[in-house]
Design a protein around this ligand. Structure first.
Ligand code: NAP
Length: 287
């Protein structure tokens, strides 16, 4: 099966590399061409546009920043849809809202092709190590045929049914992450204000009921308060909180804490932290 990969950011580059290492022929495209070189070294072919990718392969995967970025590569004369035809498949692994996925689903089907939304949980390292959690929804037939490929990207793969379910699950997952990370930053800041070594709070948390890999990974960086190199860019976490709040609005579900936490992440973007890791939100809390 010939694969196309569009969107070679932190996640997409690592995922495309894993497909190449697994032996799939992969054709790539990215808005910024400087991302091509490491993947070409692994054998990737570069196409001139998303349309050319879709024309050249059987299955197109996109890993884009935002719903707007998905639209930018999907639509128009040079977009993915323009190159799709009967029997092909399009898997959007970006974290987007259900509206974007439903629109992709509808327009992909108009071309006689199949669609899956398949956002992932797990950051830079799980993407590199192919240990992502993949939440898929949409055409079951495409899920079944692409499962061997998804297994080269992730270790836990769920099929959730109708398009829209996977994006909703992913947004629910990320609001929990954003909230938990915020609570960690606030606890560490308070401990420090009280003259307590914040590492002692990390130790206590790690020996109790809320011990988790994220606190273990991010905690020492937050305590050090130095650089926050992006694994999961803060601007993308704010995007996910914004999309979760919109979904909550549409479904009538109140999200009391998430609404406040979203304001905190907006303040962090305004403070210039958008391209840092989302744990850089601690800078705003410390102020
Ligand atoms: P990233 O490093 O910021 O990469 C984003 C990609 O989108 C790049 O290829 C970028 O192209 C492209 N892009 C952005 N705007 C575009 C536009 N208008 N037109 C065309 N291309 C555009 O993001 P990432 O961390 O890989 O995340 C990708 C997706 O996965 C996001 O939806 C994110 O929420 C989700 N996700 C991320 C993580 C994580 O830990 N990083 C974990 C789970 C899920 P350029 O290279 O030209 O900028």
């Amino acid at each position: 099966m010939k694969i196309g990969f569009i969107g070679l950011g932190i996640m997409g580059s690592a995922m495309a590399a894993n497909l190449l290492k697994a032996g799939f022929p992969v054709t790539i495209w990215n808005r910024s061409p400087e991302k091509y070189e490491p993947l070409q070294a692994l054998g990737a072919t570069v196409a001139g546009s998303p349309r050319e990718v879709a024309e050249a392969v059987d299955l197109i995967i996109a890993m884009m920043a935002t719903p707007e970025a998905v639209t930018a590569v999907r639509d128009g004369a040079d977009g993915i849809l323009a190159g799709l035809s009967v029997g092909k498949g399009f898997i959007d692994m970006s974290t987007v809202d259900a509206h974007t996925s439903h629109e992709s689903d509808r327009r992909v089907h108009e071309k006689g092709a199949l669609f899956l939304e398949a956002p992932v949980a797990g950051s830079r390292k799980p993407a590199e190590e192919a240990t992502l959690t993949i939440m898929a929804a949409g055409d079951r037939q495409l899920y079944d045929t692409s499962l061997p490929l998804l297994e080269k990207l992730g270790k836990k793969i769920l099929y959730l049914g109708q398009t829209g379910k996977a994006s909703a699950l992913k947004l629910a997952n990320n609001l929990v992450m954003g909230g938990a990370l915020t609570a960690l930053c606030e606890g560490l800041a308070l401990a420090e204000k009280c003259g307590i070594d914040p590492c002692q709070l990390l130790e206590v948390l790690d020996s109790g009921a809320v011990a988790n890999p994220m606190f273990r990974l991010k905690g020492p960086h937050i305590v050090a308060n130095g650089e926050f190199p992006a694994a999961f860019p803060l601007k993308h976490m704010q995007k996910d909180l914004r999309l979760a709040l919109r979904l909550a609005e549409e479904t009538g579900q109140p999200l009391f804490a998430t609404a406040t936490i979203n304001e905190l992440y907006k303040a962090a973007i305004a403070a210039g932290c958008g391209d840092e890791d989302f744990s850089a939100v601690s800078r705003v809390i410390r102020k």
